[in-house]
Write a protein that binds this ligand. Sequence first.
Ligand code: SF4
Ligand code: SF4
Length: 482
Amino acid sequence: MTSPIGKPRKVIPIAPVTSAPTLKGEAVSSLYEAQKKIYPRSISGVFARWRWVMVILTQLVFYGLPWLEWGQRQMVLFDLGARRFYIFGLVLYPQDFIYLTALLIISALSLFLFTAVAGRLWCGFACPQTVYTEIFMWIEHKIEGDRSARLRLDSSSWKFEKIWKKTVKQSLWVIFSVWTGFTFVGYFIPIRELGVELLALQGGWQIFWVLFYGFATYGNAGFLREQVCKYMCPYARFQSAMFDKDTLIVTYDEVRGEPRGPRIKTVDYKAKGLGDCIDCTLCVQVCPVGIDIRDGLQYECIGCGLCVDACNNVMDKMNYPRGLIRFSTQNGVAKGWNQSQIFRRVMRPRVLIYSSVLVALCAAMLISLLSRTPLKVDVVRDRAALSRIVAGGKLENIYRLQIMNATEVLQRYRIKARGLDGLEVVSDPEIKIDGAQSRWVAVRLQIPYGSAKPGSHAVEFDIEAIDSDTRLVEKSVFLVPR
Ligand code: SF4
Ligand code: SF4
């Protein structure tokens, strides 16, 4: 059988059919088999350390950002109620959703590029599922001990030690989950106000969402864990389309390792026909998704590198060269390439295409953001009075302008109009709008009666900020009746 990633591997049934006895003693087939709990063993090494660096960095940003202020407001706030996103100095309105769309496309392309170059490093080091599972497992490890202690505890009867350890672990998990839910909701509701409301047990919806996201954190990181990666995450399924033989993956060097087998350190294992793998199964015991990398590349592998650390530690103890399991490429392993030969293949056509599109998109978004006018205007014609003759022999059209001040300070705007002889703004041409606010304004345009032919005439509204050089021109029409 060919794996989704292209390398032949063992056929492993996903859910073996099991039989269960009925009341009458007959056996019925069940298509469901309960997931076996995985007890990953702790390991130290380069990749284990990098995983923790990523946990700390990502969580410092996640938990810290909502508490930072920018002027009088939260630095990053997605205020859905007011339909405004505040990101550092930027205020984005619904009209700016093009930037969020561009951001999503850039994120997707970055993931494609990253996957083509470095496989599933995102999954193994930075994905929230991985990061939170790591934190939950750390709490579990601190309270219940390492793999063998946890196995012993789970198979023991419910005595005092088991009860207190499980109670403390679950309590810490719940507290951490609720705090995560609170922080997440704090990106959508000002976090300080949210905290005050929750402490006063006010705000039913706020409490609901905090508990909802807290429950999602607990469920995904405490209960489902690797099953999210294996069965729920779509990325694991379509990544094979982005892999090729020059993509960095975690590989087991079968030529060097096989035939595997136990031996004592001093024996000449090569004379006995053995490979470098001593079959200690440490690489399997540390694997957070419970696979054996020696079976070949599998879609379940999240590229966390813990089996690399485990095997390198074993190789050190045996005085064998490191790298029996290592980050390499399929071409690198098959052709025995060294690191520089592997890295030379990074700049291949698909990587260049992804990179060029990504750079072009980032540059376009940056230019657009830098040249963005902090003023938005929507012009709507007043449908109640299309055109009318008013005192003084003038013909009048009425419009409604929605003016949005996308800066964070009060602005004064002057409204002018042009496009017809004698066209003038007869309503108040000057208006004030507070920072990050919008206002509907009725604007009356008049021309001398008879100065324009009957029909529809293009006109332009020219809105300029009096205290800055911001200016915007919006088109509309002036109707002259027959
Ligand atoms: S096989 Fe290795 S790299 Fe893959 S998930 Fe398991 S421990 Fe991580
Ligand atoms: S850790 Fe290394 S030596 Fe031990 S079983 Fe795995 S591949 Fe073989």
